[in-house]
Write a protein that binds this ligand. Structure first.
Ligand code: F3S
Length: 409
């Protein structure tokens, strides 16, 4: 593997033990994946922030690295943490958990990482340019950056993304190389997804069929396609495919930036036919009637999502606990526009910095939930022990108001 003079110096410790440790991680990955060289990254998005996932061992690892003097040298920002950093008490998070979570955040802050705590950094000022190399780690963010924005990132682990931030480099393999960004499967969609929930259901089906492949979508009813600006649909599609499979890049005919060069003319591709989304709903929805928790915002809600929730709740009161999870920046703008006040007047909560998958839900006593996110439904049972219903945002809001599932709205 070729290393530049500067990279070799980092590896032998010329910039101190913290940078040396980071370069060792980057080089070890490069060796595992037989990368010919390293590549400079424009930014790093670091997952593995929740104390629920890190535990004490992860916290000590971060504190030690920060104590050795690790500092990021490219813009680096955090994935959601296990709690709203300011309103954790309202979530029902214990002081013990909150204390440890705060220490995790302090360790990242000491290394110069921006405390964005969101899986949608591209909505809050960290949208990469097409062709830029990144070291991002949250799967839905990686999918959006690669597929919709045309940037280039493998799905990094938390430590490897941090190592990339500290060295400014990652291993040049996988999706950093143009030849690895071509489609591996053709997906013919014969039905008509209409909502973000349907796009998530579609993503669930395709991810479970293609695994870590690169699907090329051809929608048979193109008039049903959302415009490229309907980003909530693409966010839901990518998030679900990354959850049920390990899809980090997809192409959509006539929509995504690399679609034109994604199919090789002479090659025949395995074809995935999607005639109906029913199998996804059969797997992710259930006949549950009573609900005590409703979660919207996986991936983190856009401003348009928060506005929709505010409008749907106008003049209503919720019976079930309702969380809308988003980034701090989106919540701030939504506060200025009065949407957070409307949601909270109805009894809902708009939490920043966290989501139901990384928060310590098992401490909070919920039994059953509704969500409009196929990814959240996929993980709810495994990560949070919650039985779940999957439906549109309108159905979820109705469920929050009545504490019961009422179905099609
Ligand atoms: Fe984001 Fe949490 Fe969903 S990190 S994609 S809101 S599981």
């Amino acid at each position: 593997m070729h290393l530049t003079k500067i990279e070799r110096a980092m590896l032998v410790g010329a910039e101190g033990p913290a940078v040396q440790k980071a370069m060792q991680i980057v080089v070890a990955l490069a060796e595992i994946y037989e990368a010919p060289s390293l590549v400079a990254v424009a930014s790093a998005q670091i997952a593995g922030v929740s104390y629920k996932n890190l535990g004490d061992a992860g916290l000590e690892f971060l504190q030690e690295w920060a104590g050795q003097g690790a500092r990021v040298r490219v813009p680096a920002f955090l994935n959601p943490a296990g709690m709203d950093l300011e309103r954790w008490m309202e979530m029902g998070v214990s002081p013990e958990f909150a204390g440890q979570q705060q220490r995790v955040i302090e360790a990242f802050a000491a290394m110069g990482v921006s405390l964005t705590c969101t899986c949608t950094p591209y909505l809050v000022g960290y949208a990469p340019e097409a062709g830029e190399h990144l070291a991002w780690s949250e799967s839905s963010a990686v999918s959006f950056a690669n597929s919709i924005l045309g940037a280039r990132s493998n799905r990094e682990g938390g430590p490897s993304a941090l190592a990339a931030a500290v060295t400014g480099r990652t291993a040049a393999y996988g999706l950093h190389l143009l030849e690895n960004r071509r489609a591996t499967h053709l997906v013919e969609v014969h039905c008509r997804p209409r909502s973000e929930t349907d796009f998530g259901a579609l993503g669930y089906l395709v991810g479970s069929r293609v695994g870590d492949g690169i699907p090329y979508f051809r929608f048979q009813t193109p008039s049903a396609l959302p415009s490229p600006s309907k980003r909530e649909h693409w966010m839901a599609l990518g998030a679900a495919m990354a959850a049920s499979g390990a899809v980090a890049l997809y192409h959509v005919e006539d929509v995504t930036p690399e679609a034109q060069s994604a199919l090789l003319p002479a090659r025949s591709y395995p074809v995935v036919e999607i005639d109906s989304l029913d199998p996804a709903y059969a797997a992710l929805d259930s006949p549950l009637q009573e609900l005590d928790f409703v979660s919207l915002g996986c991936p983190h809600s856009t401003l348009a999502d928060v506005e929709r929730v505010a409008n749907l709740l106008e003049g209503k009161q919720v019976k079930a606990t309702l969380w809308v999870t988003t980034s701090r920046q989106v919540r701030w703008i939504a506060e200025q526009r009065g949407w957070v006040a409307k949601i909270e007047a109805a009894g809902g909560k708009v939490f920043a910095d966290t989501c139901l998958v990384v928060a310590p839900m098992e401490e909070m006593g919920f039994q059953s939930m509704a969500t409009n996110s196929a990814k959240a439904a996929f993980y709810a049972l495994a990560h949070s022990g919650l039985q779940r219903r999957l439906g549109t945002m309108e159905e979820c809001i109705e469920a929050a108001i009545h504490g019961r599932w009422r179905g099609t709205v």
